[in-house]
Design a protein around this ligand. Structure first.
Ligand SMILES: [Zn+2]
Length: 421
Protein backbone atom coordinates (compact mmCIF):
# COMPACT_ATOMS: atom_id res chain seq x y z
CA UNK A 1 0.00 0.00 0.00
CA UNK A 2 1.25 3.45 -0.73
CA UNK A 3 0.51 6.50 1.33
CA UNK A 4 -2.88 8.07 0.83
CA UNK A 5 -1.37 11.16 -0.76
CA UNK A 6 0.40 9.47 -3.70
CA UNK A 7 -2.62 7.29 -4.40
CA UNK A 8 -4.72 10.43 -4.71
CA UNK A 9 -2.06 12.10 -6.80
CA UNK A 10 -1.86 9.28 -9.34
CA UNK A 11 -5.63 8.97 -9.47
CA UNK A 12 -5.70 12.65 -10.39
CA UNK A 13 -2.73 12.55 -12.78
CA UNK A 14 -4.21 9.66 -14.67
CA UNK A 15 -7.53 11.43 -14.83
CA UNK A 16 -9.30 8.42 -13.37
CA UNK A 17 -12.36 10.26 -12.06
CA UNK A 18 -14.33 8.61 -9.27
CA UNK A 19 -14.87 5.19 -10.87
CA UNK A 20 -11.25 4.05 -10.68
CA UNK A 21 -8.44 4.53 -8.19
CA UNK A 22 -4.73 3.99 -8.00
CA UNK A 23 -4.18 1.97 -4.86
CA UNK A 24 -0.55 0.95 -5.08
CA UNK A 25 2.72 1.86 -6.80
CA UNK A 26 5.95 -0.03 -6.98
CA UNK A 27 9.33 0.92 -8.37
CA UNK A 28 11.30 -1.98 -9.85
CA UNK A 29 14.87 -0.78 -10.00
CA UNK A 30 16.38 -3.32 -12.37
CA UNK A 31 13.72 -2.47 -14.98
CA UNK A 32 13.66 1.23 -14.11
CA UNK A 33 9.91 0.87 -14.17
CA UNK A 34 7.11 2.17 -12.01
CA UNK A 35 4.04 -0.03 -11.72
CA UNK A 36 0.80 1.75 -10.92
CA UNK A 37 -1.90 -0.61 -9.75
CA UNK A 38 -5.45 0.45 -10.39
CA UNK A 39 -8.80 -0.97 -9.36
CA UNK A 40 -12.42 0.04 -9.79
CA UNK A 41 -14.44 1.85 -7.11
CA UNK A 42 -18.06 1.09 -6.22
CA UNK A 43 -19.00 4.07 -8.42
CA UNK A 44 -18.17 2.04 -11.53
CA UNK A 45 -20.78 -0.59 -10.74
CA UNK A 46 -23.33 2.10 -9.93
CA UNK A 47 -22.94 3.56 -13.39
CA UNK A 48 -23.07 0.34 -15.37
CA UNK A 49 -25.95 -0.48 -17.67
CA UNK A 50 -26.47 -3.68 -19.56
CA UNK A 51 -24.80 -3.47 -22.98
CA UNK A 52 -27.72 -5.35 -24.45
CA UNK A 53 -30.95 -4.00 -22.96
CA UNK A 54 -29.62 -0.92 -21.09
CA UNK A 55 -31.09 -2.10 -17.80
CA UNK A 56 -29.48 -1.00 -14.56
CA UNK A 57 -29.77 -4.21 -12.58
CA UNK A 58 -26.14 -5.19 -12.92
CA UNK A 59 -23.80 -7.04 -10.60
CA UNK A 60 -20.07 -7.54 -10.46
CA UNK A 61 -19.32 -10.88 -12.07
CA UNK A 62 -15.54 -11.35 -11.69
CA UNK A 63 -12.18 -9.87 -12.67
CA UNK A 64 -10.10 -10.85 -15.69
CA UNK A 65 -6.39 -11.62 -15.29
CA UNK A 66 -4.29 -8.53 -14.54
CA UNK A 67 -3.12 -6.72 -17.65
CA UNK A 68 -0.47 -4.08 -18.30
CA UNK A 69 -0.54 -0.85 -20.28
CA UNK A 70 2.53 1.17 -21.08
CA UNK A 71 1.90 4.76 -20.02
CA UNK A 72 3.89 8.00 -20.31
CA UNK A 73 7.15 7.99 -18.40
CA UNK A 74 7.15 9.32 -14.85
CA UNK A 75 10.40 11.04 -13.80
CA UNK A 76 12.22 9.28 -16.65
CA UNK A 77 11.05 5.87 -15.50
CA UNK A 78 8.94 3.73 -17.73
CA UNK A 79 5.49 3.47 -16.33
CA UNK A 80 3.15 0.49 -16.48
CA UNK A 81 -0.47 0.56 -15.43
CA UNK A 82 -1.58 -2.75 -13.98
CA UNK A 83 -5.21 -3.62 -13.56
CA UNK A 84 -7.50 -6.62 -13.35
CA UNK A 85 -10.53 -5.28 -15.20
CA UNK A 86 -13.90 -6.21 -13.72
CA UNK A 87 -16.62 -8.00 -15.63
CA UNK A 88 -20.26 -7.29 -15.05
CA UNK A 89 -23.38 -9.33 -15.53
CA UNK A 90 -26.91 -8.22 -16.31
CA UNK A 91 -29.34 -9.82 -13.91
CA UNK A 92 -32.09 -9.57 -16.45
CA UNK A 93 -30.62 -11.06 -19.65
CA UNK A 94 -27.43 -12.52 -18.12
CA UNK A 95 -25.15 -10.81 -20.59
CA UNK A 96 -21.56 -10.55 -19.35
CA UNK A 97 -19.13 -7.81 -20.43
CA UNK A 98 -15.75 -6.47 -19.48
CA UNK A 99 -15.43 -2.91 -18.26
CA UNK A 100 -13.59 -0.54 -20.54
CA UNK A 101 -10.86 1.38 -18.78
CA UNK A 102 -10.52 5.09 -19.50
CA UNK A 103 -6.77 4.82 -20.11
CA UNK A 104 -6.99 2.05 -22.73
CA UNK A 105 -5.53 2.97 -26.11
CA UNK A 106 -6.36 1.49 -29.49
CA UNK A 107 -3.48 -0.98 -29.29
CA UNK A 108 -3.11 -3.78 -26.84
CA UNK A 109 -0.85 -2.93 -23.93
CA UNK A 110 -0.65 0.82 -24.50
CA UNK A 111 -2.43 3.67 -22.80
CA UNK A 112 -4.21 6.26 -24.89
CA UNK A 113 -1.90 9.01 -23.67
CA UNK A 114 1.16 6.99 -24.59
CA UNK A 115 -0.25 6.48 -28.07
CA UNK A 116 -1.01 10.18 -28.41
CA UNK A 117 2.56 11.05 -27.45
CA UNK A 118 3.95 8.44 -29.86
CA UNK A 119 1.83 9.94 -32.67
CA UNK A 120 3.14 13.41 -31.90
CA UNK A 121 6.70 12.15 -32.14
CA UNK A 122 6.02 10.25 -35.37
CA UNK A 123 4.66 13.42 -36.93
CA UNK A 124 8.02 15.04 -36.44
CA UNK A 125 10.49 12.23 -37.03
CA UNK A 126 11.04 8.80 -38.55
CA UNK A 127 9.37 5.91 -36.76
CA UNK A 128 12.83 4.47 -36.00
CA UNK A 129 13.82 7.63 -34.12
CA UNK A 130 10.55 7.73 -32.19
CA UNK A 131 11.13 4.12 -31.26
CA UNK A 132 14.56 4.99 -29.84
CA UNK A 133 13.24 7.94 -27.83
CA UNK A 134 10.34 5.96 -26.39
CA UNK A 135 12.44 2.84 -25.90
CA UNK A 136 9.66 0.92 -27.57
CA UNK A 137 9.74 -1.66 -30.34
CA UNK A 138 9.14 -0.01 -33.73
CA UNK A 139 6.69 -2.80 -34.67
CA UNK A 140 4.49 -1.62 -31.85
CA UNK A 141 4.71 2.00 -32.97
CA UNK A 142 3.75 1.00 -36.50
CA UNK A 143 0.70 -0.72 -34.99
CA UNK A 144 -0.25 2.49 -33.20
CA UNK A 145 0.13 4.55 -36.35
CA UNK A 146 -1.85 2.07 -38.39
CA UNK A 147 -4.70 1.90 -35.88
CA UNK A 148 -5.20 5.68 -35.85
CA UNK A 149 -4.59 6.29 -39.54
CA UNK A 150 -6.84 3.46 -40.69
CA UNK A 151 -9.65 4.61 -38.46
CA UNK A 152 -9.40 8.17 -39.80
CA UNK A 153 -9.09 6.92 -43.38
CA UNK A 154 -12.30 4.89 -43.04
CA UNK A 155 -14.05 8.13 -42.08
CA UNK A 156 -13.06 9.86 -45.34
CA UNK A 157 -15.94 11.11 -47.42
CA UNK A 158 -14.98 10.96 -51.08
CA UNK A 159 -18.40 11.88 -52.45
CA UNK A 160 -17.08 15.17 -53.88
CA UNK A 161 -14.04 13.78 -55.66
CA UNK A 162 -14.10 14.57 -59.40
CA UNK A 163 -10.48 15.28 -60.32
CA UNK A 164 -7.94 12.62 -59.61
CA UNK A 165 -4.21 12.54 -60.15
CA UNK A 166 -2.17 9.40 -59.88
CA UNK A 167 1.53 8.75 -59.73
CA UNK A 168 3.86 5.91 -58.98
CA UNK A 169 5.97 5.79 -55.86
CA UNK A 170 9.00 3.54 -56.18
CA UNK A 171 10.56 1.85 -53.19
CA UNK A 172 13.15 -0.86 -52.60
CA UNK A 173 15.58 0.77 -55.04
CA UNK A 174 13.01 1.22 -57.77
CA UNK A 175 11.95 -2.39 -58.17
CA UNK A 176 8.67 -2.13 -56.33
CA UNK A 177 5.91 0.39 -56.79
CA UNK A 178 2.84 1.84 -55.19
CA UNK A 179 0.26 3.63 -57.27
CA UNK A 180 -0.87 6.71 -55.38
CA UNK A 181 -4.18 8.48 -56.00
CA UNK A 182 -4.78 12.08 -55.02
CA UNK A 183 -7.81 14.34 -54.90
CA UNK A 184 -6.56 17.24 -57.02
CA UNK A 185 -9.05 19.73 -55.60
CA UNK A 186 -8.52 19.05 -51.93
CA UNK A 187 -4.86 18.35 -52.66
CA UNK A 188 -4.52 15.26 -50.60
CA UNK A 189 -3.66 11.61 -51.05
CA UNK A 190 -6.81 9.53 -50.82
CA UNK A 191 -5.62 6.07 -51.72
CA UNK A 192 -2.56 3.97 -52.51
CA UNK A 193 -2.11 0.38 -53.53
CA UNK A 194 0.66 -2.01 -54.54
CA UNK A 195 1.83 -2.28 -58.13
CA UNK A 196 1.47 -0.06 -61.19
CA UNK A 197 -0.67 -2.05 -63.59
CA UNK A 198 -4.20 -1.32 -64.72
CA UNK A 199 -5.77 -3.30 -61.87
CA UNK A 200 -4.68 -0.52 -59.50
CA UNK A 201 -7.48 1.60 -60.97
CA UNK A 202 -10.00 -1.13 -60.31
CA UNK A 203 -8.89 -1.34 -56.69
CA UNK A 204 -9.15 2.43 -56.48
CA UNK A 205 -12.70 2.38 -57.90
CA UNK A 206 -13.76 -0.12 -55.28
CA UNK A 207 -12.28 2.02 -52.53
CA UNK A 208 -13.98 5.14 -53.90
CA UNK A 209 -17.36 3.47 -53.65
CA UNK A 210 -16.55 2.19 -50.21
CA UNK A 211 -16.06 5.83 -49.13
CA UNK A 212 -19.16 7.40 -50.73
CA UNK A 213 -17.46 8.30 -54.00
CA UNK A 214 -18.14 7.02 -57.49
CA UNK A 215 -15.67 6.26 -60.30
CA UNK A 216 -18.14 7.64 -62.85
CA UNK A 217 -18.11 10.99 -61.06
CA UNK A 218 -14.44 11.41 -62.02
CA UNK A 219 -14.19 13.95 -64.84
CA UNK A 220 -10.41 14.42 -64.99
CA UNK A 221 -7.67 11.89 -64.44
CA UNK A 222 -4.12 13.21 -64.52
CA UNK A 223 -1.73 10.34 -65.20
CA UNK A 224 1.59 9.54 -66.82
CA UNK A 225 1.60 8.07 -70.31
CA UNK A 226 1.88 4.42 -69.33
CA UNK A 227 -0.60 2.25 -71.27
CA UNK A 228 -1.56 0.42 -68.07
CA UNK A 229 -2.86 3.57 -66.38
CA UNK A 230 -4.66 4.68 -69.54
CA UNK A 231 -6.61 1.47 -69.83
CA UNK A 232 -7.13 1.48 -66.08
CA UNK A 233 -8.85 4.87 -66.35
CA UNK A 234 -10.87 3.92 -69.44
CA UNK A 235 -12.11 0.67 -67.91
CA UNK A 236 -13.12 2.13 -64.59
CA UNK A 237 -13.82 5.83 -64.92
CA UNK A 238 -15.76 6.10 -68.15
CA UNK A 239 -16.53 9.81 -67.79
CA UNK A 240 -12.97 10.83 -67.06
CA UNK A 241 -10.98 12.89 -69.51
CA UNK A 242 -7.39 11.72 -69.42
CA UNK A 243 -4.90 14.52 -68.82
CA UNK A 244 -1.21 13.97 -69.35
CA UNK A 245 -0.18 16.84 -67.16
CA UNK A 246 2.89 18.99 -67.48
CA UNK A 247 4.67 17.31 -64.60
CA UNK A 248 4.51 13.86 -66.15
CA UNK A 249 5.36 15.08 -69.67
CA UNK A 250 8.36 17.08 -68.46
CA UNK A 251 9.53 14.17 -66.33
CA UNK A 252 9.49 11.95 -69.39
CA UNK A 253 11.36 14.47 -71.53
CA UNK A 254 13.94 14.87 -68.77
CA UNK A 255 14.51 11.12 -68.82
CA UNK A 256 14.92 11.21 -72.59
CA UNK A 257 17.58 13.94 -72.33
CA UNK A 258 19.36 11.63 -69.91
CA UNK A 259 19.23 8.87 -72.50
CA UNK A 260 20.73 11.15 -75.14
CA UNK A 261 23.57 12.03 -72.79
CA UNK A 262 24.21 8.35 -72.16
CA UNK A 263 24.09 7.50 -75.87
CA UNK A 264 26.42 10.35 -76.79
CA UNK A 265 28.79 9.30 -74.01
CA UNK A 266 28.98 5.88 -75.66
CA UNK A 267 28.68 6.59 -79.39
CA UNK A 268 29.72 10.24 -79.61
CA UNK A 269 33.04 11.75 -80.62
CA UNK A 270 36.02 11.48 -78.28
CA UNK A 271 35.68 15.17 -77.53
CA UNK A 272 31.98 14.74 -76.65
CA UNK A 273 32.78 11.87 -74.28
CA UNK A 274 35.28 14.02 -72.40
CA UNK A 275 32.88 16.94 -72.16
CA UNK A 276 29.99 14.82 -70.91
CA UNK A 277 31.85 13.23 -68.02
CA UNK A 278 30.05 13.71 -64.71
CA UNK A 279 27.48 16.10 -66.11
CA UNK A 280 24.31 14.12 -65.32
CA UNK A 281 22.96 16.62 -62.78
CA UNK A 282 23.71 19.67 -64.92
CA UNK A 283 21.21 18.57 -67.56
CA UNK A 284 18.54 17.65 -65.07
CA UNK A 285 18.36 21.15 -63.66
CA UNK A 286 16.90 24.27 -65.14
CA UNK A 287 19.52 26.96 -65.88
CA UNK A 288 18.21 29.23 -63.13
CA UNK A 289 18.71 26.49 -60.55
CA UNK A 290 22.38 25.84 -61.25
CA UNK A 291 24.71 26.69 -58.41
CA UNK A 292 27.60 29.04 -59.12
CA UNK A 293 30.11 26.23 -59.59
CA UNK A 294 27.68 24.26 -61.73
CA UNK A 295 27.15 27.34 -63.84
CA UNK A 296 30.90 27.63 -64.42
CA UNK A 297 31.09 23.99 -65.49
CA UNK A 298 28.00 24.34 -67.65
CA UNK A 299 29.45 27.41 -69.42
CA UNK A 300 32.67 25.46 -69.98
CA UNK A 301 30.86 22.91 -72.13
CA UNK A 302 31.13 23.45 -75.88
CA UNK A 303 27.39 23.39 -76.47
CA UNK A 304 27.56 24.07 -80.23
CA UNK A 305 28.95 20.62 -80.92
CA UNK A 306 27.04 18.46 -78.43
CA UNK A 307 23.82 16.63 -79.27
CA UNK A 308 23.05 16.48 -75.56
CA UNK A 309 22.98 20.28 -75.51
CA UNK A 310 20.46 20.23 -78.35
CA UNK A 311 18.28 17.72 -76.51
CA UNK A 312 18.53 19.93 -73.43
CA UNK A 313 17.47 22.97 -75.46
CA UNK A 314 14.50 20.93 -76.70
CA UNK A 315 13.45 20.22 -73.13
CA UNK A 316 13.68 23.91 -72.22
CA UNK A 317 11.72 24.93 -75.31
CA UNK A 318 8.93 22.53 -74.40
CA UNK A 319 8.94 23.78 -70.83
CA UNK A 320 8.63 27.32 -72.15
CA UNK A 321 5.48 26.37 -74.05
CA UNK A 322 3.96 25.16 -70.80
CA UNK A 323 5.09 28.17 -68.83
CA UNK A 324 4.16 30.95 -71.21
CA UNK A 325 1.19 29.90 -73.31
CA UNK A 326 -2.23 30.18 -71.77
CA UNK A 327 -4.55 28.98 -74.57
CA UNK A 328 -5.02 25.52 -75.94
CA UNK A 329 -5.21 26.47 -79.64
CA UNK A 330 -2.05 28.54 -79.37
CA UNK A 331 -0.32 25.79 -77.41
CA UNK A 332 -1.32 23.29 -80.07
CA UNK A 333 0.34 25.35 -82.82
CA UNK A 334 3.51 25.75 -80.79
CA UNK A 335 3.61 22.04 -79.92
CA UNK A 336 3.37 21.20 -83.63
CA UNK A 337 6.28 23.49 -84.43
CA UNK A 338 8.23 21.97 -81.56
CA UNK A 339 7.70 18.45 -82.93
CA UNK A 340 8.75 19.56 -86.44
CA UNK A 341 11.85 21.29 -85.16
CA UNK A 342 12.92 18.28 -83.06
CA UNK A 343 12.42 15.97 -86.04
CA UNK A 344 14.47 18.26 -88.33
CA UNK A 345 17.36 18.35 -85.86
CA UNK A 346 17.14 14.58 -85.37
CA UNK A 347 17.31 14.07 -89.15
CA UNK A 348 20.81 15.52 -89.12
CA UNK A 349 21.96 13.65 -86.05
CA UNK A 350 23.56 10.23 -85.68
CA UNK A 351 20.53 7.96 -85.33
CA UNK A 352 21.52 6.20 -82.11
CA UNK A 353 22.30 9.39 -80.27
CA UNK A 354 19.13 11.39 -80.90
CA UNK A 355 16.77 8.42 -81.11
CA UNK A 356 15.30 9.14 -77.64
CA UNK A 357 14.19 12.63 -78.80
CA UNK A 358 12.66 11.24 -81.95
CA UNK A 359 10.76 8.79 -79.74
CA UNK A 360 9.63 11.70 -77.58
CA UNK A 361 7.99 13.36 -80.59
CA UNK A 362 6.20 10.11 -81.36
CA UNK A 363 5.07 9.77 -77.76
CA UNK A 364 3.72 13.31 -77.72
CA UNK A 365 1.95 12.86 -81.06
CA UNK A 366 0.39 9.62 -79.85
CA UNK A 367 -0.95 11.31 -76.72
CA UNK A 368 -1.94 14.59 -78.35
CA UNK A 369 -5.44 15.08 -76.88
CA UNK A 370 -4.41 14.17 -73.37
CA UNK A 371 -1.43 16.50 -73.53
CA UNK A 372 -3.56 19.39 -74.80
CA UNK A 373 -6.05 18.67 -72.01
CA UNK A 374 -3.48 20.24 -69.72
CA UNK A 375 -4.63 23.61 -71.10
CA UNK A 376 -8.36 22.94 -71.05
CA UNK A 377 -8.19 21.64 -67.47
CA UNK A 378 -6.63 24.91 -66.41
CA UNK A 379 -3.27 23.34 -65.63
CA UNK A 380 -4.56 22.83 -62.08
CA UNK A 381 -2.88 19.58 -61.54
CA UNK A 382 0.77 20.10 -62.11
CA UNK A 383 2.04 21.93 -59.06
CA UNK A 384 0.42 19.48 -56.69
CA UNK A 385 1.72 16.40 -58.50
CA UNK A 386 5.17 17.89 -58.55
CA UNK A 387 4.94 18.62 -54.83
CA UNK A 388 3.67 15.14 -54.18
CA UNK A 389 6.92 13.75 -55.52
CA UNK A 390 8.91 15.50 -52.82
CA UNK A 391 6.35 14.26 -50.30
CA UNK A 392 7.16 10.73 -51.47
CA UNK A 393 10.80 11.23 -50.50
CA UNK A 394 9.77 12.53 -47.08
CA UNK A 395 7.45 9.57 -46.59
CA UNK A 396 10.19 7.09 -47.49
CA UNK A 397 12.56 8.83 -45.08
CA UNK A 398 10.08 8.72 -42.24
CA UNK A 399 9.15 5.11 -42.96
CA UNK A 400 12.77 3.91 -43.20
CA UNK A 401 12.83 0.18 -42.39
CA UNK A 402 9.06 0.04 -42.78
CA UNK A 403 8.81 -3.79 -42.75
CA UNK A 404 5.80 -4.05 -45.08
CA UNK A 405 4.00 -2.00 -47.73
CA UNK A 406 0.95 -1.54 -45.52
CA UNK A 407 3.16 0.48 -43.21
CA UNK A 408 4.46 2.56 -46.10
CA UNK A 409 0.90 3.30 -47.22
CA UNK A 410 -0.02 4.16 -43.63
CA UNK A 411 2.82 6.68 -43.49
CA UNK A 412 1.75 8.14 -46.82
CA UNK A 413 -1.78 8.72 -45.54
CA UNK A 414 -0.39 10.10 -42.28
CA UNK A 415 1.84 12.63 -44.05
CA UNK A 416 -0.22 13.54 -47.13
CA UNK A 417 -3.78 12.42 -46.42
CA UNK A 418 -4.88 15.48 -44.40
CA UNK A 419 -6.58 13.01 -42.05
CA UNK A 420 -7.84 13.86 -38.59
CA UNK A 421 -5.29 11.82 -36.67
ZN1 LIG B 1 -29.35 -7.24 -20.03
Amino acid sequence: MMPEISSKLFTKLLNLGDQWEAYDTQYVEEKNTIFIRIRETPELLKNQRCREDKRRKVKLYDHVEPRFWRHLNVFNCECLIECALPRFKCQHCEKVWRAKAPWEGKCKGLSEEFEAFALTLMKEMPVKSASRILNENDKRLWRVLKAYVQEAHKELDLSGVTQVGSDELSYRKGHKYLTVFADMQKKRVIFATKGKDKSTWETFSDELQELNGHPHAITYAAIDMSPAYQSGVRNNCRNARIVFDKFHVMKLVGERVDQVRKAESSYGTGEAKVQLKKTLWLWRKNPENLSESEQVRFDGIDHDYLWTSKAYQMRLALQKIYNTIPYQSWAERRLKSWCNWVNRVCDEAPYWIMKPMRKTVETIQNHWDGILAHWSSGGLTTAYLEGLNSVFSAVKRKARGFRNTDNLITMLYFVAGKLKV
